[in-house]
Write a protein that binds this ligand. Structure first.
Ligand code: KG4
Ligand code: ZN
Length: 337
């Protein structure tokens, strides 16, 4: 192994993620998930998330260093998510990273969470490099980014209302499948018929943008009508049809972008990319078109510290000036802005 040794800290939402990455090789990556804490509220409660990060961060940093079998003074840099995300949650990891960097006399880098997702495939695929079209879909974001070069990002399209993960979460709650909704719908769909209901595929006329709020309305209306008629459609059929509608749109628009840019490769990031049907459809479509596909393992699709460290590795290799200690979190951070 070679390359800079970087500690990455991610606390933008409901997962405390810490990792040690050397070059782009993961030496350790640990996570304290808050899913169970938030499940009883049916979604992430920002204040609760911040408090849980405070409790988790210190032992997790120790665990990441111990599993990587290094001492903190061997680190070349420390990187932490600067934004976008929940302000209180971001502040915990960012302040911890800055303090640790200051006490060790090491460089500190504040990282864009979405750039982290763009770098995540590099942790597992040495061949991953720009130019590449990347589908980013999570609970907070859905966008298609064309990465022309490392650090050169063009957002081709994004959601005009709900994020794809948000649509999964809201619809799962409506179906009584619990939280988080994506994995629940993924599992419930196994037994269902994806063609049972023709839910809408929105924004056909805008090649790279998404809209998921109409889908929600359509599902609610359809089920209420069924209830009024005294019929009870199979929950698995409804789940599979919802999943197919979301996946169809994500796949179509991603490959619209591949066509438009002539990109030789496609990749993905964000929690929704853990969806099995989406992964299958992306693989199928990439093969049909002779385009290379770089899909991280589910653990590197969802939020993690390693993707943040990976961007820190790149900053270190490029000799980018570290961020000053006065720098602060940016909850509304926009990729490439
Ligand atoms: O990237 P992520 O871990 O956190 C955010 O930055 O939001 O993504 C979480 C989102 C949630 O909305 C969750 O329901 C969704 O990713 N998700 C999935 C699956 N696993 C997680 N959506 C569909 N299928 C899955 N298997
Ligand atoms: Zn994310």
């Amino acid at each position: 192994m070679s390359g800079p040794l970087v500690l990455g800290i991610e606390t933008s939402c409901d997962e405390t993620g810490v990792a040690v990455v050397e070059g782009f090789e993961v030496r350790s990556s640990v996570l304290a998930s808050q899913t169970e804490i938030h499940a009883r509220f049916g979604g992430v409660v920002p204040e609760v998330a911040a408090r849980a990060h405070v409790e988790a961060i210190r032992p997790l940093v120790h665990q990441a260093l111990a599993e990587a079998e290094i001492y903190s003074d061997q680190l070349d840099a420390i990187a932490a998510t600067r934004g976008p995300g929940l302000i209180g949650a971001l502040m915990v990891g960012f302040a911890f990273g800055k303090s640790l960097a200051w006490s060790l006399g090491k460089p500190f880098y504040g990282i864009d969470h979405m750039e982290g997702h763009l770098f995540a495939p590099r942790l597992e695929f040495e061949a991953y490099r720009p130019p590449v079209v990347v589908l980013l879909a999570s609970g907070g974001h859905s966008q298609i980014v064309y990465m022309r070069d490392w650090g050169v990002y063009e957002t081709l399209g994004s959601t005009i209302d709900d994020a794809a993960g948000e649509a999964f979460d809201k619809l799962a709650r409506f179906l009584g499948l619990g939280y988080p909704g994506g994995p629940a719908i993924d599992i419930a769909s196994e037994e269902g018929d994806p063609a049972a209901f023709a839910f809408p595929r929105a924004l056909r006329d805008r090649p790279f943008d998404f809209s998921f709020s109409g889908l929600k309305t359509s599902v609610v209306t359809r089920l209420e009508r069924a209830k009024a008629e005294g019929t009870l459609p199979s929950r698995a059929d409804v789940a599979a049809s919802i999943q197919e509608a979301i996946v169809d749109v994500l796949v179509d628009k991603t490959f619209n972008a591949v066509e438009e840019t002539g990109s030789p490769a496609v990749a993905g990031g964000g929690g929704v990319l853990a969806n099995r049907r989406l992964r299958h459809r992306l693989a199928e479509e990439a093969e049909n078109r002779g385009v290379e596909l770089f899909l991280p393992s589910p653990a590197y699709c969802t939020d993690n510290g390693a993707m943040v460290a990976a961007v820190g590795v790149r900053r270190t290799e490029e000799g980018v000036l570290p961020d000053p200690l006065e720098s602060d979190v940016d909850p509304g951070m926009v990729l490439g802005a």
